[in-house]
Design a protein around this ligand. Structure first.
Ligand code: SAM
Length: 271
């Protein structure tokens, strides 16, 4: 897919998903975000960059860890996500948190200006992840660390059919390389290519729990990466896509509930 189109799909898709995101995803993503924050070992006074911050599920715990003597710059491609983080920072009176719209591939930040750069579940959406990781490295001080979490390999993510199901109903693929970074040693290789050293990678099996078919569909369609395509579907197309998705996760249904396999890959590296 053309990189500009992919960025547009992401930007406006996440604008739409923002209102549903925490409701559907905060529980499911918590294990990956917690592990990422643990590996980041943030200390009071540190300067942190949060790339692809979404609604701030990593931004705010990071802000607490570094305290008011530190700072967190939260960045995302979606205006709506950035606005939400800015408003929430204001509501919590956290003057050391700022939110700015930025493409992960072109960070508007000075060289060597952060102690830690974090990116939780954002790199899969970036057209050129190597460029994004190189940008994270550029803005880190020597010895600073990057911690990155992505979804694991396709065969370990039971909800993976959402992409082909939506792709069959739109003119172009929504997220063509989604599982690439989480497959084999790819995340390590991308970090190595960008010049990082001391790379540690963990794989974290983490099933997705849904209380109902409605919750499973809400997370997959309205609250996630295919939100833009979904918003343009008519009722019949929505119904057909949802039925197909539910059939794809049927093996993991138990009564009304679902426990769908999932996997995260989390890496820590040093500049
Ligand atoms: C699944 S959310 C993750 C949000 C947050 N980091 C978290 O852990 O909850 C993915 C985010 O990536 C952002 N995103 C997608 N493409 C991006 C890009 N090229 N540059 C910056 N952010 C991007 C989306 O707008 C969305 O907010």
């Amino acid at each position: 897919m053309d990189a500009r189109l992919q960025r547009r799909v992401q930007r406006y898709g996440w604008d739409k998903a923002a209102a549903y995101y925490e409701q559907y995803w905060s529980r499911q993503l918590d294990p990956a975000q917690r592990r990422l924050l643990m590996l980041a070992e943030l200390k009071p006074g540190e300067r942190v960059l949060d790339v692809a911050c979404g609604t701030g599920l990593v931004t705010f715990p990071a802000a607490e860890a570094v305290g008011p003597s530190g700072s967190v710059v939260a960045t995302d491609l979606s205006d709506v996500m950035v606005a939400r983080v800015g408003e929430e920072a204001g509501r919590r009176k956290l003057s050391h948190v700022t939110a700015q719209r930025m493409d992960a591939e072109a960070l508007d930040c000075a060289d060597a200006s952060f102690d830690a750069a974090l990116c939780a579940l954002g790199l899969m959406y970036v057209p050129n992840p190597l460029q994004a990781v190189a940008e994270m490295r550029r803005v880190l001080r020597p010895g600073g660390r990057a911690v990155v979490a992505v979804w694991g390999s396709r065969d370990r993510c039971g909800w993976a059919e959402i992409f082909p199901i939506v792709d069959r109903r739109v003119a172009s693929e929504v997220c063509p390389m989604f599982f690439q970074l989480g497959t084999g040693d790819n995340l390590r290789h991308v970090l190595e290519h960008a010049g990082f050293t001391g790379i540690d990678v963990v794989r974290l099996p983490s099933p997705l729990h849904y209380e109902s078919a409605e919750a499973a569909c809400g997370a997959a369609f309205a609250g996630g990466p295919v939100a833009l395509a979904y918003s343009r579907f008519d009722d019949a197309t929505r119904e057909a896509a949802e039925a197909e998705y539910l059939a794809s996760i049927e093996p993991w249904r138990d009564g009304d509930r679902y426990e769908v396999p999932g996997e995260f890959v989390i890496a820590r590296a040093r500049r």
